[in-house]
Design a protein around this ligand. Structure first.
Ligand code: FEO
Ligand code: CA
Ligand code: CA
Ligand code: CA
Length: 582
């Protein structure tokens, strides 16, 4: 990538400067307005948000969940739509007056209800803004306790069976719902990321190699669910964790529908999923596994998409083949080719002798299969987005302090920096733009960095990074219909040392062709910006502000004064009513 001058025809706005303020800043001619906040009621009878942290679980069960992340707008008409929004996790420091330090059984229920997905109708008001329709039939909460069907090859497998579900086909709930995807047949895909952090035990356990690879152990990440819900006690219910770490398909238009866990797509810490209809009719889904040194995947459906036959299309994620990426790494060269390695039993060393008893095992323990076939260890693959022309595919590699430091994570190829604290955006193109082809060519769209602090080294970033647009830890990523690439950051916001001049987390806009990157929005204190979707006319952009004021950093966004900071969904509009970014 080159071209650092402000010459992109795609971008019609002036860059905003870095900010350390407790507010959202957008370019001149733009507006930002909150649509919904953590704890806002989704139903006519929902109680009001109680900022003390003492409200019971019954309140949270009928309110917008915490830490909104990936989301999709599903249109109903020109002026109405349904938003499906992930609620990834909770901030104990605000959810509980005791900050999570003395969890009761009801506190666990409240925490579980703060997770999952919120689905609700919105209607257009004035100036391309929208508002919640509180009495809509579409409004629904999906939580860590909602019944789901396990579908695909892992359904019913011995490792999927628990004392409560002897058939291994009915799971309860979803949590760690990071980013998302959507299908051409109108369903929402939610991705289960850090599911391991909800399991723990006080008993002594022997950890299997499979549990170890998925980060399961005695200690949870501070949620305390296993204290009052045996399902999350990894000693008592060791198989329960196997029922999480999947992509879940949800019909947002039918509030009585049962979400489907799609085991054909593999199990790992799913960040998001980018779905395309390939030119041969197969559905191809690109997927990242966000952990240091994990991998980049692709799913290719067995059957083909048939326009107009959504009853059949709804089965497409039920059966298919998973592949994992292996990149060339020529000494010091940034760019090369890559291969998609098939994760099919009997191929590429995935044999009984090597510890892979059958295909079902590969779907359940996909990470182990990826290692067996020699997949490239990546700098934390977060979101993947496909350009609307369906040629280039982009993936944010957010950062990786273990690169070159830990065994098995060599410096090179698409991960060219040791102890990579800034991140990069990978770009690749399939041979013949065939998304089912085994081979692709890759380079880096951008290496984030700090040209002020690290002049002349790789840590200064690539040529398209300068003092005005520098950032760290790209995470959320998506395109609008015109091909503007929207980049959201989840990085260090100290604005000091290596991060001096970067300010709060932000959203930037990139021209995928010229490489130019311009900062579009800055977020409040200690938040990350994550999640994006548009109204069908692209005149409203919906973005997520996650965990403002995390760890008691001094944020009172969005309500100001002395208020509790709340993750919120924000609408960006243009004063002249135009398309966002134009
Ligand atoms: Fe939930 Fe990898 O971000
Ligand atoms: Ca993320
Ligand atoms: Ca992140
Ligand atoms: Ca996050």
């Amino acid at each position: 990538a080159s071209a650092t001058k402000a010459n992109s025809k795609l971008m019609g706005f002036s860059a905003v400067p870095v900010s350390t303020d407790d507010s959202i800043v957008v370019p001149e001619g733009y507006n930002a307005q909150v649509l919904i906040r953590w704890g806002d009621g989704l139903f006519p009878t929902s109680p009001k948000f109680d900022p003390t942290g003492n409200a019971p679980s019954s309140h949270q069960e009928v309110q917008f969940g915490d830490n909104n992340d990936g989301m999709t707008f599903f249109p109903l008409s020109n002026d109405r739509g349904v938003l499906a929004v992930n609620n990834e996790y909770c901030n104990n420091e605000y959810l509980f007056s005791h900050q999570g330090k003395s969890m009761t059984a009801d506190d666990v229920k409240k925490s579980q209800a703060a997770h999952g997905i919120s689905i609700f109708e919105v209607k257009r008001t004035t100036n391309n803004n929208w508002q919640l329709v509180v009495d809509s039939k579409y409004n629904r909460r999906i939580t860590a306790n909602t019944e789901m069907t396990i579908t695909g090859p892992a359904a019913g497998q011995p490792d999927m069976r628990t004392s409560a579900d002897k058939n291994g086909k009915k799971a309860l709930g979803t949590f760690g719902n990071c980013a998302n995807g959507f299908t051409p047949w109108g369903t929402y895909l939610t991705c289960e990321e850090n599911f391991n952090g909800y399991f723990g035990t006080k008993s002594d356990i022997k950890i299997t190699k499979e549990q170890k690879r998925y980060g399961l152990g005695k200690e949870d990440s501070g949620y305390g669910w296993s204290l009052h819900d045996e399902r999350f006690d990894v000693a008592k219910n060791p198989n329960e964790a196997n029922r999480h770490g999947w992509i879940v398909e949800i019909d947002p238009m039918d509030p009585t529908s049962t979400p489907m866990k799609r085991t054909a797509m593999g199990r790992f810490k799913h960040e998001n999923v980018a779905v395309v209809i390939n030119k041969d009719g197969h559905i191809v889904a690109y997927m990242g596994d966000d952990e240091r040194g994990e991998h980049l995947y692709r799913f290719v459906s067995k059957n083909k998409y048939v326009k107009g036959n959504d009853a059949a299309n709804r089965q497409l994620l039920e059966e298919g083949t998973v592949f994992v990426a292996k990149f060339s790494a020529d000494d010091g060269k940034i760019g090369g080719t890559g291969q998609w390695m098939e994760l099919t039993h009997g191929k590429n060393g995935l044999t009984k002798e090597n510890g892979f008893p059958n295909q079902e095992y590969i779907h359940m323990y996909t990470r182990l299969a990826a290692t067996q076939v020699g997949a490239t260890t990546m700098d934390r693959p977060e979101w993947i987005a496909v350009h609307p022309n369906q040629d280039y595919v982009f993936c944010t590699l957010t950062n990786n302090k273990n690169r070159g430091v830990k065994e098995g994570q060599p410096v090179g190829g698409p991960n060219p920096r040791e102890a990579n604290n800034y991140g990069q955006i990978l770009r690749w193109r399939q041979v013949n733009d065939d998304h089912a082809h085994p081979t692709f060519a890759w380079d880096l769209y951008v290496m984030a960095g700090n040209p002020e602090v690290h002049k002349g080294t790789l840590y200064a970033g690539s040529d398209n990074i300068n003092n005005d647009n520098m950032f760290n830890s790209p995470d959320g990523l998506g395109f609008d219909a015109d091909g503007r690439m929207w980049i959201q950051t989840d990085g260090k916001y100290s604005n000091k040392g290596d991060y001096a001049g970067m300010g709060n987390n932000s959203m930037l806009c990139g021209d995928p062709k010229t490489g130019e990157i311009r900062r579009f929005l800055t977020g409040p204190i200690a938040c990350e910006i994550t999640g994006l979707t548009f109204s069908p006319d692209y005149k409203t952009m919906f973005i997520g502000v996650q965990h403002p004021g995390e760890e008691r950093e001094p944020s009172h966004w969005p309500d100001g004064g002395n208020s509790t900071p709340r993750s919120s969904l924000v609408m960006i509009t243009k004063t002249d009513g135009g398309v966002i970014g134009s």
